[in-house]
Design a binder for this molecule. Structure first.
Ligand code: HEM
Length: 551
């Protein structure tokens, strides 16, 4: 039997109050009572909920108004602070100029520089960023005021891959870092000038020469071959051994490096909004898992090195580093005890991480630039033939007799500047630049791209012309200060001697054996940087070349 409510009357009180009168008139009187009870219980509940909701609403409103006020106040304070800092475009609260950091933003910076000058300010989220957009400003900051601008940005991604800034790349400017960098620099220099590097690079090169020989005459995308070649060169420098393509460890390192490259370029939201660092985002979870696997691998390699260390047989940079570390201990260096096992492991990760992609991409630029400029390639081959007999590979001892090769490498590093914005720096103290105030902790982005492509310095910066580094007699001119693919100052790349030695041996070895040409019927390659590299990397667009043996 259904009983229907014929009518009801509710006198509603104010929000949160129980209605004082709640009368229901039913067809069935017996049911009326229980229904009234149910409804009144419900209304009591609703009223309580309303009351709770009201207090939550009030609380939420208070929080929101508080937050909005905070954002507004900090925005106004930022605008006031900006008046003493380098000029820059309007920025929104919370997001700042975030959209200017999309795509190849070193190119956006060139355009912004035309309006705001050689040094300007931006907001990346709520972080202050100052862009150094000309050679003079970069040198003033990184070289003349080196220590003030030698800090590093502390970000969630950086912390994760460097175990809390314990490597050289992400480490902050402090006594432990200075010692770590000094030892690293010494180790790289010793390795790069010794016979070991030459033997290892030439061994890896022979493998790729065999591969290229089997591909003779075909149009080939050489990226995978170059990656494998450089990975082996870098593995030899770090771990002392070369791998075969099918080795499990080699596959692991290849997978990891490629994934790190992708994730590293993406970064994490918490890099810009540190208060979101607690969020377990998918990128963070993947990054953490991969880093742990990666570090385990490096720990194993480092432990083996320590156990088998022989000062009379230094196999790689890791050995050179261990030797210098032991010497610093014996000499009683004041900061040696602050260098933990994690710092040492992270130094080894740096050899690998900082050397791999930079050298791979420099070699990719070299090959496409030579294929697009056969006249340069012919001069290189002729110079090599005049100095190095065909029955032996070029060695580091030949370098000084090969000025055209030297200037071609400089031109490749200039034209295809792989790290166009350097690695962002941070100010270590409140400082000044070109009369503007720069507070401590400001992120600094030196636009190296602009220095190597400035028409006022180079005349024809978009032309690939190795001759610009030679005098009329074909001798190498002193290196111009605007050539800064390795940056400058306290943080300048400590791997430069190794990078230059590797690129020299690889390029000279390849040009001695092969001629690289563009596939017939295809127009000139696109020599603009590939947008895939985003703001952090300037990489060559995908291309194919044909390799033929030199007779
Ligand atoms: C063509 C190859 C390379 C290029 C273009 C390159 C470029 C750079 C640049 C632009 C920086 C940032 C400097 C700054 O913050 O101002 C850097 C940092 C660094 N590079 Fe390289 N690099 C190359 C190869 C290497 C190699 C082979 C190694 C190791 C053996 C290496 C190790 C490092 C390290 C450890 C840092 C961090 C330095 C610091 O924070 O003080 N790099 N590199």
């Amino acid at each position: 039997m259904t009983s229907r409510v014929k009518s009801y009357k509710v006198v509603v009180g104010r929000v949160g109050e129980i209605p004082p009168v709640c009368t229901f008139v039913y067809q069935d009187q017996v049911r009326q009572q229980s229904f009234v009870t149910t409804v009144s219980t419900f209304s009591c509940f609703t009223a309580k909920a309303k009351k709770t909701m009201a207090s939550w609403t009030t609380w939420l409103m208070t929080v929101l108004v508080g937050l909005a006020t905070l954002v507004l106040v900090s925005w106004v304070l930022d605008i006031i602070k900006r008046r003493r800092m380098p000029p820059g475009p309007f920025f929104w609260p919370i997001i700042g100029n975030i959209f200017m950091f999309g795509g190849q933003f070193y190119l956006t910076f060139v355009e912004l520089g035309k309006k705001y000058g050689d040094v300007f300010s931006l907001k990346l989220g709520m972080r202050d960023v100052v862009v150094l957009n000309s050679l003079d400003v970069i040198r003033e900051a990184l070289v003349k005021k080196g220590a003030d601008f030698a800090g590093r940005t502390q970000t969630a991604t950086g912390d994760l891959i460097s175990e809390g800034g314990k490597d050289i790349v992400m480490g902050d400017f402090n006594p432990t870092w200075k010692l770590q960098r000094k030892l690293f620099h010494g180790a790289v220099r010793a390795y790069a000038t010794g016979r070991t590097l030459e033997d290892k690079v030439q061994g890896a090169l022979n493998d790729v020469i065999d591969e290229f020989s089997s591909l003779e005459g075909k149009a080939v995308d050489v990226e995978a071959h170059v990656f494998k070649l450089v990975l082996n060169v870098v593995c030899s420098a770090t771990f002392g051994h070369r791998y075969k393509m099918e080795d499990e460890d080699f596959q692991f390192l290849m997978r990891m490096s490629q994934k790190f490259f992708e994730l590293g370029a993406q970064g994490m939201l918490a890099d810009i909004y540190p208060s979101l660092a607690f969020l377990p985002t998918p990128t963070k979870t993947t990054f953490t898992k991969m880093s742990n696997e990666f570090f385990k691998y490096f720990k194993r390699e480092l432990d083996q090195h320590i156990q088998t260390f022989d000062p009379d047989n230094l196999r790689d940079i890791t050995d050179h580093f261990i030797k210098l570390q032991k010497e610093a201990e014996e000499e009683g260096d004041a900061d040696i005890n602050s260098l933990t096992d994690t710092h040492i492991r992270q130094t080894i990760v740096d050899i690998f991480g900082a050397a791999l992609d930079t050298t791979v991409q420099s070699m990719r630029w070299s090959i496409v630039l030579l294929a697009a400029h056969p006249e340069v390639q012919e001069k290189l081959a002729a110079e090599l033939d005049s100095v190095v007999e065909r029955n032996r590979q070029p060695s580091l001892a030949d370098r000084s007799a090969l000025p055209y090769m030297d200037s071609t490498i400089n031109e490749v590093l200039r034209f295809g500047i792989v790290v166009p914005l350097s690695v962002p720096h941070a100010t270590t103290v409140d400082t000044t630049l070109m009369g503007y105030e720069i507070p401590k902790g400001t992120w600094i982005m030196p636009n190296l791209w602009n220095a190597v492509r400035d028409p006022e310095i180079w005349g024809d910066p978009n032309v690939f012309r190795p001759e610009r580094f030679l005098d009329d007699d074909g001798k190498v001119l002193p290196k111009p200060s605007a050539l800064m693919p390795f940056s400058a100052g306290r943080r300048a790349c400590p791997g430069e001697p190794m990078a230059r030695a590797d690129i020299f041996l690889l390029l000279a070895g390849l040009v001695q054996k092969f001629k690289f040409s563009l596939p017939e019927g295809e127009g000139p390659p696109d020599l603009a940087p590939d947008p895939k590299g985003a703001g952090l990397f300037c990489i060559a667009c995908p291309y194919k070349v044909v390799m033929t043996h030199r007779k």
